[in-house]
Design a protein around this ligand. Structure first.
Ligand SMILES: Nc1nonc1C(=O)NCC1CCCCC1
Length: 250
């Protein structure tokens, strides 16, 4: 997967290119993150990358020409490296709320160019002319688009075959099937007197699978019933959820 990032702080992306699952994906050649800094295209002595907003008001915007040049170079690099037209994504609270379905769609449309805003944002004409899709990671305001870009890179990279040790891990991730994850346990068998559910020590893999599915369904029903509204349960899932609800009511 090739991802271009337009950012004034490229060093921040060490967090995904040098550590953990995504860091290993980079070293295995399964993920490439190329950074393009608008400041590299500034021609003035002070290497200006911000500009004042028309109409006045607090704060600055990203300077149009340096931002657009960085986006265009990133887009050209994407097409040269992959032979495909890049999808240019702007991360902002005004975008469509990102969920696992959105991650899957964006991951499938690699190469991606992610534009990380700073200051108070970018000129609307750049959004109209250069941005294909605007996405948000949640209804809160951050100081820049770098962390949202890294969230998207991490979630999308996990879907690339070979990135996770066991591909089924991605399939079993919570949200991969639209449900919350089941509880997890590891050694020791008792923590402050709280024991591991016996079924997980039984070696009965069928029973373990059913317990995990029932726990995911029950946890989703309790904590995020909205996720169940759009989910069609199969016969087994319906039975397990009914069992959970009956036991919960007792
Ligand atoms: N929430 C969010 N989801 O995606 N991005 C978000 C954000 O809060 N971004 C802040 C940026 C937005 C552009 C101007 C500078 C601050």
């Amino acid at each position: 997967m090739w991802v271009g990032v337009v950012s004034l702080f490229p060093e921040m992306f060490d967090a995904v290119t040098r550590y953990g699952v995504t860091g290993r994906a980079v070293s295995k050649g399964l993920l490439e993150v190329a950074c393009y800094n608008p400041r590299d295209y500034a021609q003035d002595k002070h290497r200006t990358v911000d500009d004042r907003p028309y109409g006045g008001g607090p704060g600055m915007l990203m300077k149009v020409d340096t931002l657009r040049q960085a986006i265009h170079v990133a887009r050209e690099s994407a097409e040269r490296r992959t032979g495909q037209r890049a999808k240019v994504v702007y991360l902002s609270p005004q975008g469509r709320l990102l969920d696992q379905r959105g991650v899957k769609n964006l991951a499938a449309s690699s190469p991606l160019v992610l534009v990380a805003g700073r200051y108070e944002g970018i000129d609307e004409r750049v959004v109209e002319a250069d941005i294909d899709e605007e996405w948000s990671i949640g209804d809160y305001v951050l100081s820049g688009g770098e962390l949202p870009a890294m969230v998207l890179i991490d979630a999308a990279a996990r879907l690339v075959p070979g990135v996770l040790g066991h591909q089924d891990s991605a399939d079993e991730d919570s949200f991969s099937d639209g449900l919350l994850d089941c509880p997890h346990y590891t050694r020791p068998e008792a923590v402050d007197g709280r024991e591991v559910p016996k079924v997980l020590l039984s070696g009965d893999h069928g029973a373990i699978r059913r317990w995990r599915m029932k726990s995911s369904l029950g946890r989703t029903w309790l904590r995020r019933p909205d996720l169940l509204e759009n989910k069609t349960l199969d016969t087994e899932q319906r039975k397990l959820l009914d069992e959970f609800i009956e036991e919960y009511a007792d």
